[in-house]
Design a binder for this molecule. Structure first.
Ligand code: AMP
Length: 117
């Protein structure tokens, strides 16, 4: 992985940019969002370079399942599981995606509203 077009999340994975990392294993890294929208706002990021959910293939399904498992564990660990939380994946322009590397937001610590903005 790497090259001249390395994105911000790849730089975090490679420890070239600092982040408050809360979890890491061979497939996934999780860290605090630099611009939190709630008292608890983590990002769960597969290390594999996948641009968005729209680029996943069937061979990526175990990785996606693992992401959900990590989200579930981090919700527990960060104390938001009991009251509830939100998992968000933004896709593309209308979805509000700003970083072109697949990631899931874990947002909690306050009541959410629906519909989203
Ligand atoms: P999205 O808009 O869904 O693509 O989400 C990208 C998220 O990455 C935003 O919530 C940003 O605040 C967050 N973000 C961008 N740069 C960093 C960084 N260096 N460290 C932590 N979070 C970041």
């Amino acid at each position: 992985m790497g090259g001249i077009m390395k994105g911000i999340f790849e730089k975090i994975i490679d420890r070239e940019v600092h982040a408050e990392i809360v979890y890491e294993d061979d497939r996934v890294i999780a860290f605090e969002d630099i611009n939190p929208v709630a008292p608890k706002h983590l990002l769960v990021v597969p290390k594999q370079r996948i641009r968005s959910l729209q680029e996943i293939e069937t061979e990526d399904l175990p990785l996606l399942g693992h992401c959900l498992w990590v989200l579930r564990q981090l919700a527990e660990q960060s104390g938001v599981a009991q009251e509830g939380y939100r998992v968000v994946n933004n896709v593309g322009e209308y979805g509000g995606q700003t970083v072109e590397h697949l990631h899931f937001h874990l947002i909690g610590g306050r009541a959410m509203t629906w519909p989203p903005g």
